[in-house]
Write a protein that binds this ligand. Structure first.
Ligand code: ADP
Ligand code: MG
Length: 471
């Protein structure tokens, strides 16, 4: 029996394949499937605000109706949108096209993200390098610095430092970006270099095509003629023995000729299932570097850089807005960009400036501070005083003993979390401290909570006390 949660999960997977993960992260992640009324054939969807609602309705109605009706085993579905608390009165009746001979035409965004598994095209042309994914547009932080440095090194001197490089990490953390960055840099330094970027999916498709037309020799020759081979998502080669064999061959030739090879994957080589042992060992021959979830500070830097870039029309995000968006997105960098794009799209369509209020409005009320709750700074200090031996005066003082500094950081953390005040307001309330000190404190506390169950529990109790003593 499928629950509505699993139906929605499945639906998101389909949208991801058909329209790309950027569409999912930018628009559909903000939507929840609330209810399925089988007798009225009505699907109720909750959206954070009218803007997302209108956008989804005008761009994705057919797509939604088609797939939801199929997943729910009915011929038509009505889509009812509920904008947070107040329901939108209108419900649209949509007759989806069920005949498979009339495929729905779907907008394809960010082609490099789209994995077309259902319709396997016999790709013959080489994938292009995306010129926007460069080292200059990549923000370096503790979560990716090793991978970044390694990629820089091989781009400067391909084949001579680490070979191969194996980058791994969760989805949306910058692996593909770094791969293209190497390609761009190598082309810049040596315009004659033959650079080939290929996803493993395409590699497999091409290989199958070559076998079918008896051209495996040509296929291998073509790969062996490159100077730099960038292979994305190598984990998808698992259980494909013949392709692995061909790839092994190509690898050896390139390696022996000192041609640079770079791989990405979602896990370390040891954990890729269904991989021939000898290929597995080759993958780990050079340097293996990981990309992990960025800290709050790195997320903020990414948002600012992205907003300033030409693709986002050169907006300037102030610290509070950047902090707010970064703290709302618990997911990966792609989702972070999705949230930013929603905010910028809203601002540009309504002609408003990007303020904290506007970001609250776009990213949904569920994320914002409960407006009926009025927490003020002194309440935070008072409740902390019940758990730690420090008064508000201590928190404001210049004294930096270890425990007091920690409690001061907790105060900053709660003040940001439970009020809608700015970093600057918080800093100045706590003895005229700088907003970057506040930001650093919040980041640090967040990191500690993630790693320390006891502290998390304790802070949860304190948070409840602050809330119950307020408003
Ligand atoms: P992956 O291949 O690991 O799934 P991508 O390389 O596709 O992830 O990254 C997802 C998005 O996040 C891209 O738009 C990329 O430009 C952006 N991104 C990831 N890491 C960074 C970073 N450190 N600095 C700037 N943008 C980043
Ligand atoms: Mg990728």
């Amino acid at each position: 029996m499928m629950t509505i949660a699993t139906i929605w999960e499945e639906f998101l997977q389909i949208i991801k394949q058909e329209a790309g993960s950027r569409v999912v992260d930018t628009w559909f992640k903000a939507v929840t499937l609330r209810e399925w009324n089988a007798s009225h054939h009505t699907v109720t969807l909750t959206v954070p605000n009218q803007f997302v609602c209108d956008w989804i309705k005008s761009h994705y109605t057919t797509l939604m109706a088609t797939h939801l009706s199929r997943l729910l085993h009915v011929s038509t579905v009505k889509l009812a949108f509920r904008v947070m608390d107040h329901e939108v009165a209108e419900a649209q009746l949509i007759e989806p096209v069920l005949s498979t001979s009339t495929p729905v035409v779907i907008e394809r965004s960010a082609a490099q993200e789209t994995r077309s598994s259902s319709v396997a095209p016999l790709v013959k042309k080489r994938s292009a390098i995306n010129s926007t994914y460069t080292f200059e547009t990549f923000v370096v932080g503790p979560s990716n610095s090793l991978a970044y440095a390694a990629c820089q090194a091989v781009a400067q001197s391909p084949g001579n430092t680490y070979n191969p490089i194996f980058l791994y990490g969760g989805s949306g953390l910058g692996k593909t970006h770094l791969l293209h960055a190497i390609g761009n840099k190598v082309k810049e330094l040596n315009p004659n270099a033959v650079v080939l970027y290929q996803t493993v999916d395409r590699f497999v498709n091409e290989f199958i095509h070559a076998i079918r037309f008896d051209k495996t020799y040509l296929f291998q020759e073509r790969y062996k003629s490159v100077d730099l081979l960038l292979i994305d998502d190598i984990q998808f080669i698992s259980n494909k023995e013949q392709t692995q064999e061909a790839f092994f061959n190509i690898f050896n030739t390139l390696y022996d000729c000192k041609k640079q090879i770079v791989f990405t994957s979602d896990t370390v080589p040891q954990d890729i299932k269904g991989l021939a042992e000898r290929l597995r060992s080759r993958l780990a021959w050079g340097l293996v570097a990981d990309l992990s979830m960025p800290s709050l500070e790195t997320k903020i830097a990414i948002l600012k850089k992205k907003a300033e870039s030409s693709s986002c029309q050169g907006y300037e995000l102030n610290d509070d807005v950047a902090h707010f968006i970064a703290s709302q997105v618990v997911g990966n960098i792609r989702e972070l960009e999705g949230a930013l794009i929603r905010v910028i799209a809203f601002a540009s369509l309504t002609g408003k400036a990007i303020t904290l209020d506007l970001a609250h409005q776009v990213l949904g009320k569920e994320h914002t501070v409960n407006s009926s709750l009025v927490v003020d700074f002194s309440q935070v200090a008072r409740c902390l005083g019940n758990h730690y031996p420090y008064s508000l005066q201590d928190l404001r003082s210049k004294d930096r003993n270890k425990e007091l500094s920690f409690v001061r950081q907790l105060a900053m953390f709660f003040m940001k979390k439970l009020t809608d005040k700015s970093l600057r307001d918080i800093g100045s309330f706590l003895g005229g401290r700088d907003h970057s000190t506040v930001l650093h404190a919040i980041d640090k506390v967040q990191g500690q909570i993630n790693n320390d169950d006891l502290l998390r529990h304790r802070l949860h109790v304190i948070e409840k006390e602050i809330i119950s003593s307020s408003g």
